[in-house]
Design a protein around this ligand. Sequence first.
Ligand code: ASC
Length: 545
Amino acid sequence: RVRHHRWEITYQFKSPDCFQKLAVTINGGTPGPTIDAQQGDTVVVEVKNGLLTENVAIHWHGIRQIGTPWSDGTEGVTQCPILPGETFIYKFVVDRPGTYIYHAHYGMQRSAGLHGSIIVSLPGGVKEPFEYDEDRNIILNDWWHRSTYEQAVGLSSIPFVWVGEPQSLLINGRGRFNCSQAGTTAVCNPNSPQCSPYVLTVVPGKTYRLRITSITSLSALNFEIEGHNMTIVETDGHYVEPFVVKNLNIYSGETYSVLVKADRDPSRNYWAALNVVSRRPTTPTGLAVFNYYPNHPSRSPPTAPPTGPLWNDTDYRLDQSLRIRARRGYAVPPPRTADRVITFLNTQNRINNRTRWAVNNVSFTLPHTPYLVTLKQGLLHAFSQEPPPETYDYQNYDIYAVARNPNATSSDGIYRLEFDSTVDLVLQNANTMNPNNSETHPWHLHGHDFWVLGYGKGVFDPEKDPKNYNLMDPIMKNTVPLHPFGWTAIRFRADNPGVWAFHCHIESHFFMGMGVVFEEGVDRVGRLPTSIMGCGHAKVLGRKP
Ligand SMILES: O=C1O[C@H]([C@@H](O)CO)C(O)=C1O
């Protein structure tokens, strides 16, 4: 079946946390419409760029784009941006059931509100391996009052201006900013219906599958429903061996399904609370109402909202990561050995007095001619032909200290992988440029799912640590956290012809160079649509006849 959507992207005045700001919307809304499809369906989205002076591109996060690498929606990697007034048609097959996301992938546009859910259901007659009565989507986000443009310019200015912590946390596009802090020139209306809390109404005794997505630009989050445990059953489109948690740690770019039973005192409502973890929080708790029918939805719960775990309790978050295993009977065994191992040291650096992020001391710069076009058409002069480093000098680098030589180089060079080879990636965290500080980085791989082989604390030991890899029941994901001062090891098969980004899903970190690009089997890619061309070195190729 073909699922056809027609979207127009426009700026609109929105007050999701009562404070009015320009948001990038789809057909007037943020979050945008949910794409509902069934496994095997073809999704067609006609995107009209109705922004007056800004380009756009949309990425279908978690959809592998097998056979359609030009529909991945990554500006600079798989396509030229969509110009104002133009329409671009994305067309791809959703080949696996599960919970996915779409969002802008151009500059720092994602943080302006262009995102939504993709829900792929099972074919008729096939049952999920768990029971529930109803499904609900929950999108978690962080929100700033300054525009994406101000943020991006600040990050590339001298002196550097950091985006700072978000003003609000949003649950399904709703939050609450204290308007008394807004300043006199701002439009902030505490009575705006747009910023009334999201209400999740439940019927006592029923079990709900909450499909929870984090699309934050910066924050790692903890989500808790007061007094209710949740059972984790799915992440990034893969079934998890069920386990019960009091609250859920979720990183930008991840999705989870959790089962929640409405089995508490039905005479009252409860808070659903969202708290920042892993960075010292300055943002108030985000709140929604878990409303037991037939109580009035606007009746405030009588108790104080949950404050979540300690923000700097890394072990608590690592523990959740370690507990996520593939569901028995659904584990996909990984290849036993890797053909190539690439180690990525994650560091904060300086380049020409600007703060940047780097892997193996190389900070990524995104070209504006898409690699898919330059590689396929052999325009190799369009980017650096020097491959970035495979590893770093781990015997002489102190991950616990501010780098002795913080200067990095910039490059748009890429990793070229042998088609169908097995690749291990070891992400190694380190101290930032501030003493005693290491941050969480959710890494997202386009075009693939990977097996999560292990997490550890401290420096990865290439002799010892691979012996403890989980080759029995590793979960497959497309986004995985790298915890502070730790390492994360993943494995994937380079079996999807195309060019694929792998990057930190923190919007400002990718903008500041925290990413790499892989090419595999580009010679096997079919004829490129000219609609992805028309910019940079690909200008002449995109010219319409
Ligand atoms: O990239 C970042 O920059 C700031 C800080 O390190 C410099 O102000 C921060 O917290 C980041 O995550």
